[in-house]
Design a binder for this molecule. Structure first.
Ligand code: SF4
Length: 896
């Protein structure tokens, strides 16, 4: 790893976390050995020094193993010159023969704003196609569309500070404790400091976020709009309407109220599958609490009626006039670190740059003039799901995919694989050498990644932060913006000869203020002339920052002025719709997909960290105990899910926090880490008709036991090779790798199988236990007293505790007791097995936490004092609270 000069000088360097939309500031500084280490930036207004488990482990993920370091064409190494010429010729040929809409760009919320800006400019202004879309389509497109309908602009009105000063926080479809952990910690600390603050969580699942809620509404999946329509009607009945605000600053209230109907709490509760008293209490709190913030995230957006659901929420805030003022307003939480930046530059197929509209001829002419562009796309392009349909049916002949793995993240992902296999030219820019999508690339371009890139990102509260370079680009990795500009130049286009990311940022800022005069919300023209040195020092700021207001803007709409032509906001009449794909007898379960605490997207980065892999070692499926009992699915067994065109095999977690008839599975696992762990293969590609966002929270599936003849796991020092077991999942552990396996047919010779897996060599000590009748085998390879690997086999999932054995792999030498334990298949000393990891910072396991509670620890603080759990990043504190609740221990104060 080569450290860039700015870190070698020894000064701490400030940058931003590359994971979620909270957008935390990070300080990177060299440790005693000169290697980068990270801590939270105490001065960054998003996190004030906090980092969650993922942010804290950033330094563990910057190694070069698995990186793509040189361009490849058809699998062979190539120079950049050759690769750029090849891509440019392929795209130019497709355009010449089939027109500009025969090419497409599929990009990512992981890109920096500067990357996003130039690829959007190339597609829309020079190629002349709007076939550019981003994986942010999968996370927040419904909020974008709803904001535009209500406000006339894609504006998040408030600031994180409002979440701390609200008296009522309503979280809808958001497991913030895991998906936006630092923001959750801020809200949780504010609630602990201000006991009058109430928290309502609306989510079919009882998640870790519910641990700080006063009220959890575990509603029927898909019924959110019914609940918020009911709330709207209640607000009118309860006299909570801000009549002056509605009259002077909005339109459409009567239509929205008429559509909402007059259902009372009892009727709404019945429709949502909730207790009437809980619905009545929520309505009452909302009506009576002026300082209310409603946060919403993927649970609302990822729906075939996601836009309407968001508008139903916005309606409630418009009716009460609670918007744009401190401590109140609707608040969309974005998933990715730069989903907002992508929206600013028009990275979606139905947008133009700088929050201008592609279907507005005045906007198109203005942007074309600003860019001095030869052409301009004159209609919306293909949104993500439609784009890959067009690849499948041959309309798209060349596609360039950047910083994303659509074979894992798009719905009906097996069909995406078929589409790419048929496409004449697939170009993939990525930092990794191998993933599901790269296997279909004709051209692979090595990209720089976090720590090597330089530019800006925007978080959920509209705050632009710098991502700064502190590592030199490895091998021939190149910044995405530079690769795009190189290809644009090779296609014969001028206007792409930027000397730096700062130059792109200046143009982007200039366009935002170009002929704006306050007509568009996104305006950062105060930064249009920022010098290179000032860009280097740029402090985080919230847009808009028009000329003369360089300090940015904390809130919008306090003056009641919106961005529709008449300055008024719009209510939207919402008629709730059922999910697009209902359950049916052969697919009777509703599958909800989402994130786990310590992984990010398709694990490209977090999968490298043993610490981050410990909390959730395998793909899993959560199921209610009654459903599990009925289907014969035991905790820890394997289950097979079928739906859409694909299958998913995962470990069963029997979880009373699930609704009956509902399943939950994570979206992270991919072909690098599991055999059949791509859960999006189960999700039908049904989308919201306005936003094009897929319905990833409501896939009808079936679930059945996975009938395996044998189960096994192996620990090895070297990364395990891929094999064709019916089930496998691999993860990094301290000192090596762990691989879970299962099969429908048992190998003929387990000794031969084990020797192959553990790479048994001359002179190795071989510890073996065989009980062929019971189907139990244990093998361990020891070299010079050190455990080099072990394999445990059983006829069912009742295998020894992995966490105990993983500790042995990390030891320099085995003791005689360790050897006996290996043969016995269980720890010889009581308490030696920590159990599944809960606190990843200090490797504290569930068994240790339960033992500490049994010994008298009665609060999160007491657990922290005894075990250190929860005392570093704090991401596991909701789970510590859950463990206390499970044990029947009531804390006197909620977890901070
Ligand atoms: Fe990164 Fe965690 Fe902050 Fe999100 S909450 S930006 S993942 S440190």
């Amino acid at each position: 790893m080569s450290v860039a000069p700015n870190l070698r000088e020894g000064a701490a360097l400030k940058t931003a976390c590359p994971y979620c939309g909270v957008g935390c500031g990070v300080v990177v500084e060299p440790d005693a050995a000169g290697a980068p280490r990270v801590r939270g930036d105490p001065d960054h207004p998003a996190n004030f020094g906090r980092l969650c488990s993922k942010g804290s482990a950033l330094a563990e993920t910057i190694g070069l193993e698995g990186r793509l370091l040189q361009p490849r064409i058809d699998g062979r190494a190539a120079s950049w010159e050759e690769a750029v010429a090849h891509v440019a010729a392929g795209f130019s040929r497709a355009i010449a023969e089939h027109g500009p809409d025969s090419v497409a760009f599929y990009v990512s919320g992981q890109l920096l704003t500067e990357d996003y800006y130039v690829v959007n400019k190339l597609a829309k202004g020079f190629v002349g196609t709007a076939n550019i879309d981003t994986n942010s389509r999968l996370c927040m497109a419904s909020s974008v569309a709803a904001h535009k309908r209500a406000f006339g602009s894609d504006t998040v009105p408030g600031s994180y500070e409002d979440l701390e000063t609200a008296d009522l926080l309503v979280l809808v479809g958001s497991n913030a404790a895991w998906c936006h952990p630092v923001l959750f910690q801020r809200m949780s600390a504010a609630r602990a400091a201000r006991p009058q603050m109430k928290v309502v969580v609306i989510d079919p699942r009882r998640t870790a976020t519910c641990e700080f809620a006063d009220l959890h509404l575990g509603l029927r999946p898909g019924s959110d709009a019914v609940l918020f329509n009911g709330l709207l009607a209640h607000l009118a009945r309860a006299g909570a309407v801000d009549a002056a605000f509605v009259a002077e600053h909005t339109r459409g209230a009567q239509d929205a109220l008429a559509a909402a109907g007059d259902a009372g709490a009892a009727e709404v509760a019945a429709a949502c599958g909730l207790p009437e008293g809980a619905v009545a209490l929520f309505f009452d709190w909302f009506a009576k609490t002026e300082r209310t913030v409603t946060l919403y995230s993927q649970g609302v957006n990822q729906s075939s009626s996601g836009v309407d659901k968001v508008n139903a929420i916005l309606n409630a805030h418009l009716l009460t006039g609670r918007i744009g003022r401190p401590g109140m307003g609707p608040f969309s939480l974005t998933g990715q670190p730069n989903a907002m930046g992508g929206r600013e530059v028009g990275g979606l197929a139905n947008q133009l740059a700088a929050h201008m509209e592609i279907d507005n001829p005045v906007h198109r002419e203005r942007v074309q003039r600003f860019w001095k562009a030869p052409v301009m796309a004159d209609r919306a392009g293909l949104k993500a799901v439609d784009m890959f349909e067009a690849v499948a049916d041959g309309r798209i002949k060349a596609i360039w995919i950047m910083a994303t793995n659509p074979l894992v993240s798009l719905p009906d992902s097996d069909r995406v694989r078929e589409a790419l296999a048929r496409c004449p030219l697939v170009v993939v820019s990525d930092c990794v050498a191998s993933n599901d999508t790269l296997r279909h690339a004709h051209v692979a371009l090595p990209a720089t990644t976090w720590g090597e890139k330089d530019g800006t990102v925007t978080n959920s509260e509209r705050r632009i932060s710098r991502q700064r370079r502190f590592l030199a680009a490895p091998g021939e990795a190149r910044d995405d913006w530079r690769a795009i500009c190189d290809v644009a130049g090779a296609m014969g286009f001028s206007g792409f000869d930027y000397p730096s990311a700062a130059a792109i940022f200046r143009e982007h800022a200039g366009l935002s203020g170009f002929e704006n005069e306050g007509a568009r919300d996104f305006d950062i023209s105060a930064l249009a002339g920022v010098a290179e040195a000032d860009f280097e020092l740029l402090a985080p700021l919230q847009w808009p920052a028009p000329r003369g207001r360089a300090g940015g803007t904390a809130r919008l709409f306090a003056d009641g002025q919106f961005f529709h032509a008449d300055g008024r906001a719009r209510f939207v009449a919402v008629t709730p719709r059922a999910p697009a794909t209902p359950t049916r007898p052969e697919r009777p379960f509703v599958l909800n997909t989402g994130r786990v605490r310590d992984h990010w997207h398709t694990m490209t980065r977090t999968g490298k960290s043993a610490r981050l892999s410990a909390q959730t070692p395998e793909p899993f499926v959560d199921i209610h105990p009654d459903d599990a009992r009925r289907l014969g699915l035991a905790e820890g067994a394997l289950a097979e899910l079928s739906g859409a065109d694909g299958a998913y095999v995962a470990r069963v977690r029997v979880n009373p926090d699930q609704r009956r008839g509902c399943l939950f599975a994570p979206m992270h696992w991919n072909g690098e880490f599991a055999a059949q762990g791509r859960v999006n293969a189960l999700v039908p590609s049904r989308v919201d008709p306005i936003s094009g966002q897929p319905e990833s929270k409501h896939a009808p599936v079936d679930i059945a036991p996975f009938e395996a003849r044998w189960h096994a796991f192996a620990l090895t020092r070297a990364a395990p090779r891929h094999a064709s077991d019916d089930y496998w999942a691999a993860l990094a552990v301290p000192g090596g790798w762990r691989r879970e396996m299962a099969g429908r047919e048992a190998p003929a010779d387990w000794d031969a199988f084990a020797s192959g897996w553990l790479e048994r060599g001359e002179g190795d000590e071989w510890i073996a236990y065989r009980d062929a009748g019971a189907g139990r085998f244990r093998f361990a390879r020891v070299s010079r007293g050190r455990l080099e690997g072990c394999l445990f086999v059983a006829p069912d999932a009742s295998l020894p505790p992995r966490d105990w054995l993983t500790q042995l792999l990390a030891r320099e030498a085995l003791s005689p007791q360790d050897r006996m334990s290996l043969l016995a298949g269980r720890p010889r000393m009581a308490g030696a097995d920590p159990g599944p990891t809960v606190c990843s910072c200090f490797a504290v396991g569930r068994n240790q936490i339960e033992a500490a509670i049994a010994s008298g620890c009665d609060s999160v603080e007491a657990l922290g004092a005894k075990l250190k759990a929860g005392t570093n990043c704090g991401s596991c504190r909701p789970e510590l609270q859950q463990a206390l609740s499970r044990a029947g221990v009531r804390e006197t104060a909620p977890a901070k």
